[in-house]
Design a protein around this ligand. Sequence first.
Ligand code: ADP
Ligand code: MG
Length: 614
Amino acid sequence: MADQGPAIGIDLGTTYSCVAVWQRDRIQIIPNDQGLRITPSCVAFNDIERLVGDAAMNVFPMNPANTVFGVKRLIGRRFSDPLVQRDVKHWPFQVICGARDKPMIDVTSKGQKKKCTAEEISSMVLTKMKEIAEDFLGVPVKNAVITVPAYFNDSQRKATRVAGYISGLNVLRVIAEPTAAAVAYGLDNMFSSSEEKNVLIFDLGGGTFDVSILAMDKSTFKVKSIAGDTHLGGEDFDSRMVNHFVKEFERKHRKDLSNNARALGRMRTACEKAKRNLSFMSHTTIAIDCFYDGVDFQCKITRAKFEELNMDLFEQCIGHVDKCLKDAEMDKKSIHDVVLVGGSTRIPKVQQLLQDFFDGKELCKSIHPDEAIAYGAAVQAANLTGQGNPEIQDLVLWDVTPLSLGIREINDSMSVVVPRNTTIPTKKEQGFTTTCDDQTSVTFQVYEGERPKASDNILLDKFVLSEIPAAPRGVAKINVRFDIDANGILTVTATDRTTGNENHIIISNVTGILSKDEIDRMLDEAERFKLEDEELKKNFDAKNSLENYVYRTRAAFFSKNLACELPASEAKKLEDEIKSAIEWLDEHKDIQVDVFENKRKDLESIWNPIVSKF
Ligand code: ADP
Ligand code: MG
């Protein structure tokens, strides 16, 4: 498989994404075009182009309504989901309800209204990560392992695969973020020892919080339990601070900010920065010039105040740790190491609460909180494509099902076949029967979730087993088998035990979640954006080349003192031409490549013969 080219690992984060590759017997975290090892999961649209990553983040204060971030909180969810409703209220960009209750992000791109799905925005971020890797490696990259929170359900995992597909990646596998982080920890800490260890991964990022307990030895990583919250992270801590300061401002200046997206956006950026400062300073100041109605904003905040604003959220994190231990039926004393992952684990209070919970145990900070997940994903990518060394080739990852899976009974109760936290791959069977006399077909509805009423859970799919021989109710014996492979792909098979007649469905394929038309449209758009980006780059290059030529000629004009060397009228003419070329450049920013190229050719034909004489 090595001829397929390099396989990368992508940590597609809510706030930041990171890409890594296995190269020369070690993992390399790949820096982006700015030289940074993490890239904001942010996409901005404006009148001329689409920006992704740092460039998008930088324009956020100027263009908040068209700068999209945090879509991982939307992916694979319905618009009516209360958590989606909560998020859309806070965001400066608009999210509306599309067909089949799908959230659609409403932006203005190149002067035109455009509706994007969360999969589409995520695919733009993935394309950026792919390009970062391609620039670094100098070859096309196709294969990737992408990580998702352990808590992501089937629909969220599927949607992430769709995003990968639209970005032109072959998604080798979607793996859980804490498992990937555990691999990074394992490579650093386990090869020297042969004993089995229980490790708790505490991953607090920008938008999601994940806890996992893994039992691991040198090469086997088995997830014991997972817990967490897909809506808890650094952005919530930022929101608390924003609300605090908005109230403060309104109290002081009697001005209502709540509908001013630009002011709120600038406040959020300032609060996020202040929060980072408070991780290593006891107090800091927020200062925003001309904040609102010409009024400057300046205010101090202490670390203690920040902690007070967020204490309940920090405590929620510890509650999830406790739940995770209970699910794994483990005592906290049996945890050998508590590993910190995610940018928000830099908050001292979070570390202190966690350390106190573990009775003062030293926390493990040896792996990089921003890079560990991409690191582990890249190890897995190398492992799956046969590119790693023997040490990583033996690696076996055992994940667990994040939610219970089952069949809906006639009275709407959920008959669980695979309980939550079951190690995968797995096979489980359960017996069913008919509920009416002479019933010759049964519809099986497969649900995912923890609620006792099936209709309160998520319907994954349904299928029918027919040609059951007519008999009184309860006589037929139907076996239903749930098969989950290492990718989390579920196959449900129903077999009539009398006739051997069988039917099955495979849940978790790429086209399940969106129609083929929708996916085709997204692929077309991705291709269109790619062509437009290339066109724009050519345009920039042509403009730069013309600009360089004009300024070089101007420098030559003055340094060679052409004003004295040339006849006065000719010198004046050349000086005026250079001046007007500079004005022309200022006025023509966004025009066709060939216009720049022709302009350059025209100027060269006039100027080169004059300048080259001196
Ligand atoms: P995600 O995986 O959700 O993309 P990350 O793990 O990259 O998130 O973490 C990003 C979050 O970490 C952001 O909310 C950011 O503000 C926060 N963060 C980064 N550095 C610090 C710090 N020094 N102190 C507090 N929070 C931080
Ligand atoms: Mg993360």
